[in-house]
Every structure is written in C-alpha cells, then in structure tokens.
Write a protein that binds this ligand. Structure first.
Ligand SMILES: Cc1cc2nc3c(=O)[nH]c(=O)nc-3n(C[C@H](O)[C@H](O)[C@H](O)COP(=O)(O)O)c2cc1C
Length: 304
C-alpha cells in the first residue's frame, strides 16, 4: 500500500502472525528502501515482504535497483503487482526469494503461473486501487481462478473479516489479502481522520477514476475524485486531471487528514469496517471468528 506499507504497520502485521509488505515505491530511492527494510528488521524478527508495483510510466523508477536492494536485504518474499514481472523473476529466483504476483484476471494469473511464480494474489472488482478493466467481482473471479491455478492463491479485494476469509477458502483460495482493512488499524501510519472516514463510509462511497483511460482505479469518493470522473467523462485527457490526481496530494491526505486535498485509495470493504482495532486484535479476531464460523454456523447447516 503506497504511503502506508511502512515499518510500524508491516512489523505489527508480522508480529500478529500474518504477512505484511513494505511498499518499495513509497521510498524515493533504492537506498531509502534499504533503510526502510533495515528499520523493519529492527522492529520484528518475523518474516515480512516487499511489494514491487510495476506500472507504466513515462519516467519509470529504477526498478532493477529497487529489486537488487530487496535481494541484498535479507527479505525472503516479494509481491509483484501491475505489469508482467518476468524481467525480475530470474534475479529473485537466483536469490531464493519467493515471488507472489498479484493480478486482476484469470488469464494474467495463468500467465504468472506459467512464469513459475510461487503464488498468485487475485484482486476482484471490489478491491481498492487498480481492479483492471474486466469488472469481475470475487464471487466469480476467485473460483474461476481456482479452477486454473495450482500454486498457492490469495483472494483479494473486499476482504475485511472472518466471513470473507471463510468464503474465500470455500471459493478455492488458500488465504486472503487485505488492504483497506489494514489501512484502518491503530498502527496504520495515516491520519486518524482517514481511519474515521473509512469507518463512517458505506460500500457506496468509492469512485472509479480513469475508466475512459482504461487504467481504472477505485478510490475513496470525495470532491476531487468526482471532479476527475466528470472531466474524463466529458472527454478530458490525462493532462486535464494530472494536477488533481498527483500522488503528492494523496500523500498529504494521509499525513494531514484533510480528506478533500487529493485522491486516496480505499475499497468497497469500507462498508463493513466499523472500528479501528490494533493489528493484533484484528488478526486474532478474524482467525477466531473464522474457526467459530466453520465449526458453528457451517457445521450446524451441514449437520454433524
Ligand atoms: C492506500 C492503499 C494503497 C495501495 N497501494 C498499492 C500499491 O502501491 N501497489 C499495489 O499493488 N496495490 C496497492 N493497493 C492495493 C492493495 O495492495 C490490495 O490489492 C487491495 O487493497 C485489496 O483490496 P481491499 O482494499 O478491498 O482489501 C493499495 C491499497 C490501498 C488501500
């Protein structure tokens, strides 16, 4: 999670027995990422990963240098996302690093599996951030992927509680990936007003920006996102919205808590998020309630 996947949150997730990911590109340079990884190692002795998001860009960041920093840092698991990770796989593989590739369609998951990634994450239309252009919600996307995927698979997009975890397992996933839910925890390094807004927001309070540009992103609905949707729907170009969607403005939302300063990312799952727990409490609760759900409600339905 850009601006959010930072040491305190990632270490808290690791300590809770889950797997958290630093976001490589939150750091302005590969050297800064090396320091960020070292800081996380100081906070936890448990495993954590790094996300490398590969996006089309006129001036791409030095991906290979970020990759080499990850390899040299002692991190054992990487999540790639966005474009095809093929260029980076040989180096990760040579270093014995496990690669999980996150994608938004069955065909891309199959392609990643063919490239011998160690696992895939599959983001349904519900997800925060980039859901792709196919608009297939998890209820169909996850079992459709499960029919084709033999490596471990994480369901992603719209998961926030035990009900989602149990459903994902039933649909054929091996686990879940959560973004918005971890964004709204005590250790998440964003302003309290952002967390409060997620608690108050309903499942209807997101917008899909960049649809006409075929680079859709699901973001929290605010005056800026609605303006961007309007400009592009009226035939505007990226240049017409460039200033409105600047990442620096989204970062200021998280740091300053003024929710109308820019674009910030959140998913539909905010409609079922009602509190701001610690990460430890969240993970404990999801696991305990999932066990209760399986041995209680589901067992009662199916009989002994
Ligand atoms: C604030 C925020 C920032 C995100 N930034 C990234 C990113 O930089 N790279 C990425 O692959 N996914 C990013 N995501 C998407 C998440 O990794 C994850 O796929 C998504 O949140 C899952 O949907 P959910 O929010 O319904 O759990 C971001 C999500 C949020 C909420």
């Amino acid at each position: 999670m850009q601006w959010v996947g930072r040491p305190p949150l990632v270490a808290a997730v690791a300590e809770a027995g889950a797997l958290g990911f630093l976001t490589a590109l939150t750091q302005p340079t590969p050297d800064d990422l090396a320091k960020e990884i070292a800081r996380t190692h100081e906070l936890t002795g448990k495993p954590f990963g790094v996300n490398l998001t590969i996006l089309p860009s006129i001036n791409p960041p030095p991906y290979a240098e970020y990759r080499d920093v990850i390899i040299d840092s002692g991190v054992r698991i990487v999540e790639t996302a966005g474009f095809n990770p093929a260029d980076h796989l040989p180096a990760f593989r040579a270093a014995g690093i496990k690669v999980l590739h996150k994608c938004t369609s069955v065909r891309h998951a199959v392609k990643a599996q063919r490239l011998s990634v160690d696992g895939v994450g599959i983001d349904g239309f519900e997800c925060a951030g980039h859901p792709g252009e196919d608009d297939i919600p998890g209820l169909v996307l996850i079992p459709a992927a499960a029919d084709k995927i033999t490596v471990p698979m994480l369901a992603s997009g719209g998961f926030g509680d035990a009900r989602g975890l149990v459903a994902a397992l039933a649909l054929g996933a091996d686990g879940i990936n959560m973004g918005t839910r971890f964004l709204c925890t005590a250790e998440s390094p964003v302003h309290q007003r952002v967390k409060q807004r997620i608690v108050e927001a309903s499942e209807r309070d997101t917008d899909l920006i960049f649809r006409p540009l075929r680079n859709t992103a699901r973001v929290a609905s605010n005056s800026v996102s609605r303006n961007v949707v309007g400009i592009l729907d009226d035939g505007g170009t990226f240049d017409d919205v460039r200033a409105l969607v600047a990442g620096a403005q989204g970062r200021r939302v998280f740091e300053e808590g003024d929710l109308e300063l820019g674009i910030w990312t959140a998913g539909l799952v905010q409609g079922i998020i009602t509190d701001i727990p610690t990460v430890a409490e969240l993970v404990r609760r999801i696991v305990a309630e999932a066990e209760e759900l399986i041995t209680g409600r589901l067992t009662a339905i199916t009989g002994p």
